[in-house]
Design a protein around this ligand. Structure first.
Ligand code: 3HC
Length: 322
């Protein structure tokens, strides 16, 4: 589209676009936008959607093993919510001119990413607590900020999703609190889950700002409203207080309150591990993708039935109009 527009005109269009962004206007699907803005949004929103859907796997594995009917119902509702979040986000991505098939194919081909945290196994019931408390907690910190993103459909999807996320985080924290009020084994299980999920949760905010490939442009276009490090700091500050409240210990020997900064100082993430898991070599990457591919193929008949039904409806409407 932009390749056949004279450069001077393109510069003018980009200047007008940036002025709209700076004036806090929302960009809608039918508005002119730089190709790079569109591409960046397709990348980020589709990967966000993939994360929601893949994230259903570790928690889904515990629905049949929840310790009570009450916990099973809560977990069922949460996993169902995550699927819905994925659908909102795929729909927001489709407003940018991509199809659901393309997005899913990019995931299956390993071209599109999803949050590395979901490549860690959920080994105990306490992990379900740690995932709700920390993973959804980190997602909330990120998504509350994304409610103000410049792209209209993404922003509106975030507002809707955030309403459900707080329930997700609260139920996870309640699991951890209940375990910490239980037996010694239960307390040890909760601490073990925190030890294994703390650092992978910190990785959810991405690389440091200085190493982030997309942050500068994403901030200029107000796709991102706060930087990776700013959001990570917010997550640490809130999580330390929550952990201490129920007697859990954050597994970071360098964690220390810094009065001058008014924030916690904390240790360095293992970026080796981050790159290993992001590039497909985490504990569960293969399992997660194979499961998604298998279930997607098994569900082909549903998509075919819906397509046939839609075609019939089109034919009937065509006959009626003739
Ligand atoms: N896992 C996998 N890939 C990651 C990552 C992580 N934790 N953090 C960063 N990356 C990737 C980025 O996608 C990018 O790769 P790409 O160019 O192939 O897309 C690369 O590392 C460089 O990172 P950048 O910081 O430059 O990339 P972004 O500007 O996109 O920032 C982000 C990364 C903060 C994750 C941003 O994409 C974002 O805010 N995404 C929306 C939120 C999201 O996707 N959350 C995932 C979890 S959803 C969830 O937890 C749901 C809950 O209900 C359970």
């Amino acid at each position: 589209m932009s390749q056949d527009v004279p450069q001077a005109e393109l510069d003018e269009l980009e200047a007008q676009f940036q002025a709209r962004i700076d004036a806090e206007e929302k960009i809608e699907p039918k508005d002119w936008m730089p190709e790079a803005y569109r591409k960046n949004l397709v990348r980020q929103i589709s990967q966000h959607a993939h994360s929601e859907v893949i994230g259903m796997q570790p928690e889904g594995n515990w629905i049949t093993r929840a310790p009570t009917l009450h916990r099973k119902c809560i977990l069922l509702a949460k996993v169902q919510d995550e699927g819905g979040h994925g659908l909102y986000l795929y729909s927001a991505t489709e407003t940018l001119g991509t199809s659901r098939e393309e997005l899913v194919q990019a995931l299956h081909d390993g071209v599109a990413k999803y949050a590395s945290i979901f490549n860690y196994p959920a080994l105990t019931w306490a992990d379900i607590g740690a995932i709700g408390w920390l993973v959804d907690g980190a997602a909330i910190v990120n998504q509350v900020s994304l409610q103000r993103t410049s792209y209209g459909p993404y922003s509106r999807g975030m507002i809707r999703i955030c309403k459900e996320e707080s329930f997700h985080q609260r139920q996870g924290y309640h699991i951890m609190m209940t375990l910490m009020q239980g037996s010694e084994e239960q307390r040890a299980m909760a601490q073990d889950a925190l030890d294994r999920f703390w650092w992978p949760s910190m990785m959810m905010f991405g690389p440091h700002d200085a190493e982030s490939a997309h942050s500068a442009r994403s901030m200029k276009w107000k796709i991102k409203r706060q930087s990776n490090d700013e959001l990570r700091q917010k997550f640490v500050d809130q999580s330390v207080a929550q952990a201490e409240e129920i007697g859990l210990k954050i597994p970071d020997p360098e964690l220390k309150w810094n009065e001058e900064r008014g924030h916690y100082d904390f240790g360095e993430i293992d970026w080796e591990e981050f790159s290993r898991v992001v590039s497909g070599n985490g504990p569960c990457n293969r399992q997660r993708l194979q499961h998604h591919i298998r279930v997607h193929e098994e569900g082909q008949w549903v998509r075919d039935a819906i397509a046939a039904h839609e075609e019939k409806k089109r034919q009937r409407a065509g006959k009626a109009a003739a």
